[in-house]
Design a protein around this ligand. Sequence first.
Ligand SMILES: C[S@@+](CC[C@H](N)C(=O)[O-])C[C@H]1O[C@@H](n2cnc3c(N)ncnc32)[C@H](O)[C@@H]1O
Length: 463
Amino acid sequence: MVLTGARPEGQRKRPHKSRGRPDPSNLKPGLAARQAASRLLSAVTESRASLDGLLDPAGGNPAFTGLGDQDRLLVRAILLSALRHLQVIDAFVDRLVDNPLPEGAKALRQVLRVGAAQILYLDVPDRAAVDLAVTQADSDPRNRRFAGLVNALLRRMAREKDVLLPEITASTPDFPDWFESRLRSAYADHADAILAILSEPPAIDLTVKSDADGWAARLGGVVLPTGSVRIGRQEGPVSGLEGFEDGAWWVQDAAASIPAQLFSRLEGLDIVDLCAAPGGKTAQLALAGARVTACDQSQTRLERLRGNLARLGFDVTTQLTRAQDLVAPEGFDGVLLDAPCSSTGTVRRHPDIPYTKGAEDIMRLARVQRDLLDHASGLVRPGGELVFSNCSLDPEEGEEMVAGFLTDHPAWSIRPVDAARWPGLETAITAKGEIRTHPAMLGNDDPRLAGLDGFYAVVLVRS
Ligand SMILES: C[S@@+](CC[C@H](N)C(=O)[O-])C[C@H]1O[C@@H](n2cnc3c(N)ncnc32)[C@H](O)[C@@H]1O
């Protein structure tokens, strides 16, 4: 089939008076959101910009932050769907063209990805999705000559999706090569199950100050082995849920709640949280009665931590510093190093990661973590504990990096995690007594309630 489509019925070419950024309020409804989605998708897939940064209400991309609330929700939904299914979307587009899309036609690719995400995965009438995609192509000088192709291709996609989508999904890898091959080599037996669940939107887990059973009943959730309350997906923002304003709970993946729970004692002790923002683990440490010093190298993220801790009513000391620059001659009873990492354990929440990170980042970050761990070990008082954790699935940033630390620091050893403390999570405890969670754990027939972020955590002590 040769795709040279006409314009959709009734659609007339729009005049182009200005090449500056259009005022979103003058655009056809939904067009500004689609344009923003294409621009942000291009920033993620071509410039490796992090989606979190682009969507940040304070410092995010103006194409997004300048939109109204409804459009922002739409852009977020388009981007999450497009990134969760990017390989399938691209394969579907490529199936429908006789000749590959022109190499330089990157802007066209993004328009098609956004249209395909709406047609294949979102609850948008096909016709509206096609019409908007054509209008979008027509409004961009780079894409105007492809408006007919956009029309014909997306119409055909809408017509044939019921037959072709299952077939293309079955024959297309879910993720880029580097990501999938590292995952398969580390998790041979579980890799298929992990890859299958990574394309599913995640559940929402809450860490509650007290009365997990009561909060589970009030919010229609379940209590997990970590003590977290899992409430499944929500339509609106969680800030609208009971208990948010009162600071009764905070959002934290169940796996992320494990590291702070690994200290054998916290009440009345001096604990430093070295990479603390936005403060989920700091809050746990404070809740357990520790005197917490929360450090982070980012001023804006530390501000966010202060806001979060204020809502929760916790009083902690904060310090803007790089962890490796922290000097504390007295030391601390406990040190938590929740280190910066590739975050590959959080792909359900952050589907941009396979496109913004690469194998080279894993190696670079493993070196950063090792430097941080070397410094952190010097901050622990005799008899104290050092908990190291991160949300990477890659052993090079976890098990292997810590093994290297122990080889170079023979006075240090692993204090094995007590399996009896974690009923239901026994399979997450390694032979050496570390914690290794992955997204196929905590299975549930309902994928909306299944899974766990990938996390690595270990307790280190000096003999
Ligand atoms: C994985 S997040 C921490 C999440 C946090 N522990 C929590 O539970 O909410 C990593 C944090 O480390 C901070 N960070 C990265 N490198 C750092 C460094 N060298 N020193 C201090 N903070 C650092 C980042 O700004 C980021 O806020």
